[in-house]
Design a protein around this ligand. Structure first.
Ligand code: HEM
Length: 456
């Protein structure tokens, strides 16, 4: 039986009765797609090949000597949870449309990728998602990137060693066009945070049973069918068993100083005082800094970061419709749009992102998010989220505004915010908050099956 990607049952990957096709799928799938891999330290290499045979041989070598399968990763996590110890580093590969062409696939062949957004590449999609012009992107991303290599681990040393090794194995004909270094950040509670200081990565579509089992499910079902992230790999020996995933990569710079000033201004404009001032930033994100969902509680605090909630019954007087997490996952519909986010923060900080230091002590650039997400369809998931939800001031309700975190395009309407949590009284309409996240470049990739890479 071919793997049913639309099956909504979470994957019982180590069950004795797992069918042969699903086993083969997991043995040939890259890790970090179905379940996030540890990547506290992350190296991202952007490569161009220039010689098909040498490019193929290089990728085959990396795949056969350095990459584990999704199933091996799931086993490592199970063993780590049972007895501790260390897992092996993550190595992942994504190939762009231009990369497939350079590796010798014909134009006809590349049409086998169903996702036309992937076939266009990110540079040709600027208008659709209101990205800045390509000429303003960082140099690396203006060039024609053929592949991305991701190396991740809990510790810096294995990442540095593998980076050296892989770069040493790059053939003469290939070029390293550029690279990024990701580095996780945590708050005192140990939760992963992004540069504005908020807990990130908590809400994810989950695919494997052990992860789903751990979640409370009274209001929100965290289990998603594999189709949210997997498609048959068109060039694999057996696309019925061999799958891949579309990977979006975007370097998003964060002006933390400006965002912190906006939080304070908004709190002033709404007359918020004392601990209630934290609600200003929470209205922009949809969660308080510690991850507490704003639709559930008027104040931060109260235990582990929850994800068992919906916005049903919230007319925008608790969490505004524009709040980042409400825009990007309205929860009562659009489940098929949710991507598996696998990003990592970049840039050095000397301050503590989570504390209440004044805005002028915050960085105004050079830090941000290496946004990455796996998709079954870039058109219907990443681009749809950015274009039809985040960039759309009328999504769900007219004149509620852009996503204040990632919305792009003219913010020419005025918006009102609830003055008191859960009460109908609204502030006077005010200009939308300024854009503080700037896209510095990126590309669309396909993370092929290991079967494809090993057979190159
Ligand atoms: C969730 C920040 C970019 C989509 C979140 C959360 C934070 C955050 C703090 C809450 C944590 C959680 O619920 O897991 C940021 C920042 C970004 C950024 C600072 C840029 C620098 C993006 C982009 C997209 C996106 C580009 C997609 C177009 C999402 C989604 C969620 C989320 C889908 C989960 C919502 C949910 O399921 O409740 N983000 N994000 N984010 N973000 Fe972003």
């Amino acid at each position: 039986m071919p793997v049913d990607l639309n099956n909504a049952q979470p994957l019982a990957w180590d069950s004795a009765t797992l069918d042969a096709d699903t086993k083969a799928m997991l043995d040939n799938l890259q890790p970090n797609i179905l379940r996030a891999h540890v990547r506290e330290h992350l190296s991202v290499l952007f490569v161009r090949f220039n010689d098909a045979a040498e490019g193929r041989a290089f990728l085959r070598h990396v795949a056969t000597t350095k990459m584990k399968s999704a199933r091996e990763h799931l086993r490592e996590v199970r063993d780590f949870n049972a007895k501790g110890g260390r897992g092996t580093p993550y190595v992942g590969i994504g190939i762009s449309k231009a990369g497939y062409r350079d590796l010798g696939h014909s134009v006809e062949d590349v049409r086998k990728f169903g996702d036309r957004v992937f076939r266009d590449g990110m540079k040709r999609r600027v208008a659709e998602v209101a990205d800045p012009p390509v000429e303003t992107w960082e140099r690396t991303y203006q060039r024609e990137i053929h592949a991305v290599i991701l190396i991740g681990d809990a510790e810096p040393e294995p990442v540095a060693a593998l980076r050296e090794e892989i770069l040493g194995e790059l053939p003469e004909s290939a070029r390293l066009l550029g690279e990024e270094t990701g580095q996780g950040m945590r708050n005192p509670a140990g939760d992963g945070i992004e540069h504005f200081g908020y807990v990130d990565g908590r809400s994810q579509p989950l695919f494997v049973k052990d992860e789903v089992d751990k979640e409370p499910k009274q209001h929100w079902n965290p289990a998603f069918p594999l189709s949210n992230v997997l498609v048959p790999d068109p060039f694999a020996p057996n696309p019925v068993r061999h799958h891949g995933s579309y990977l979006v990569f975007r370097k998003l710079e964060q002006n933390v100083r400006a965002f912190k000033e906006i939080e304070q201004e908004l709190a002033d404009n709404l007359g918020l005082v004392g601990a209630d001032r934290d609600r200003a930033g929470a209205m922009l994100i949809g969660r308080f800094k510690d991850g507490t969902p704003l639709t559930s509680k008027p104040k931060a605090g109260g235990g582990p970061v929850g994800n068992d909630f919906t916005f049903d019954g919230d007319d925008g007087s608790k969490c505004p419709f524009s709040g980042h997490i409400r825009k990007t996952n309205p929860r009562s519909f659009g489940r098929e749009v949710l991507m598996a986010r696998r990003g990592q923060t970049y840039g050095e900080r000397t301050d503590e992102p989570w504390d209440d230091s004044p805005p002028q002590t915050r960085p105004s650039g050079e830090v941000g998010l290496l946004f990455m997400a796996f998709n079954g369809s870039l058109l219907n998931q990443f681009e749809f989220t950015q274009q039809s939800w985040a960039d759309n001031p009328d999504f769900e309700n007219p004149a509620t505004g852009h996503d204040p975190v990632i919305g792009q395009g003219d913010r020419d309407i005025k918006v009102a915010f609830p003055k008191v949590w859960g009460k109908p009284e609204l502030s006077a309409p005010q200009a939308q908050v300024a854009q503080t996240v700037t896209m510095k470049g990126g590309e669309y990739f396909f993370a092929p099956s290991l079967a494809y890479l090993r057979n190159l």
